[in-house]
Design a protein around this ligand. Structure first.
Ligand code: MLT
Length: 247
C-alpha cells in the first residue's frame, strides 16, 4: 500500500524542468505546459521593465529587417545585436531606456541576439509563455503556484551556449517552487543549488559571466546592476497572440 501511495503521490506532483539552451528545446515536450523564457542580460529584463513602465505591448521579432519595416506600421522599434544597438535603431536593449514611462502607451517591436529567438522557440504547444526576470521573480512564482500545469524554464543563453545568469535565474525560480514540484531534472537540481550558493553575492559572482564582461566592455555596467535587482515590478509578462502584454 505504501508503494502505491508513493507512486500516486509522484504521479500527482507537478514537474519542473530547466532547458539550458534553445538549441536543446526539441528534447522537451512543451505541450500544455507553462514555459518561462529568461534572458537576464537583458531581453526579458528589458521587456519586464518596459511593461512595468506602461508600454502597451511588445512584439518579439526574429530579424532586423522585419523589425525595421514595422516602424512604418507605427511600432517603436528596438534592436540589439551583440549587446549594442543594431545599426539604424535608436533604441537598443537597455531596460533603463524604458524607465519613468518614457514609452508609455507605445507598441514596441523588438529584436535581440538571443531573447526574441528563445521566445519564438517556446511557442510550440505551450499553454502559457511567460517572460521571467529577477525583476519580477515573485510575480512569476505566484502565477505558477496559482495554476496547475507543469513548467519548463527556457534559458536564452548566448548563441546556443549555456550562460550563467539565465541558469541562475532558472535555479532561483525552481528553488521558490521546489515544495510544490517533482524535481526529477538534473538541471533543476544543479541550478537550484548554484543559485542557493550565490544568491547573496549575485553581482560579484556574475562579474565573471561572459555576457557581463561583454556589457562591461561596452561600459553599460548600470544595466547589469539593474537586471539583478529582485522584484522591482509586480508585472507578469505573458505572450498573447504573439504579443507580450502585461497581466
Ligand atoms: C540577448 O538577446 O541575448 C540579449 O538581450 C543581449 C543584450 O541585450 O545584451
Amino acid at each position: 500500500m505504501h508503494v502505491l501511495w508513493v507512486d500516486l503521490f509522484e504521479i500527482s506532483m507537478r514537474k519542473i524542468e530547466i532547458c539550458l539552451s534553445p538549441d536543446l528545446i526539441h528534447r522537451y515536450s512543451l505541450e500544455n505546459k507553462i514555459v518561462v523564457v529568461v534572458d537576464i542580460f537583458r531581453a526579458t529584463s528589458t521587456m519586464v521593465t518596459a511593461l512595468g513602465n506602461g508600454v502597451n505591448s511588445i512584439l518579439p521579432v526574429e530579424d532586423l529587417e522585419t523589425c525595421r519595416a514595422l516602424k512604418q506600421k507605427g511600432y517603436t522599434i528596438a534592436g540589439e545585436r551583440n549587446g549594442l544597438p543594431a545599426e539604424g535603431f535608436e533604441l537598443g536593449n537597455s531596460p533603463l531606456s524604458y524607465l519613468n514611462g518614457a514609452f508609455q502607451g507605445h507598441q514596441i517591436a523588438m529584436t535581440t541576439t538571443n531573447g526574441t529567438l528563445a521566445i519564438e522557440k517556446s511557442k510550440k504547444g505551450a499553454s502559457e509563455v511567460l517572460i521571467g526576470a529577477f525583476l519580477n521573480l515573485q510575480t512569476t512564482t505566484d502565477f505558477i503556484l496559482e495554476h496547475k500545469e507543469d513548467v519548463v524554464i527556457l534559458c536564452a543563453g548566448w548563441k546556443g551556449k549555456f550562460n550563467l545568469e539565465d541558469s541562475l535565474y532558472a535555479g532561483a525560480l525552481a528553488s521558490k517552487l521546489s515544495e510544490h514540484f517533482d524535481r526529477d531534472c538534473d538541471a533543476v537540481i544543479g541550478m537550484s543549488d548554484l543559485y542557493l550558493q550565490h544568491r547573496n553575492n549575485l553581482r560579484p559572482f556574475l562579474n565573471q559571466a561572459s555576457h557581463a564582461k561583454r556589457l562591461q566592455n561596452h561600459h553599460i555596467e548600470a544595466d547589469i546592476d539593474f537586471c539583478l535587482e529582485l522584484d522591482v515590478f509586480d508585472v507578469l509578462g505573458r505572450l498573447k497572440n504573439d504579443l507580450l502584454v502585461r497581466f
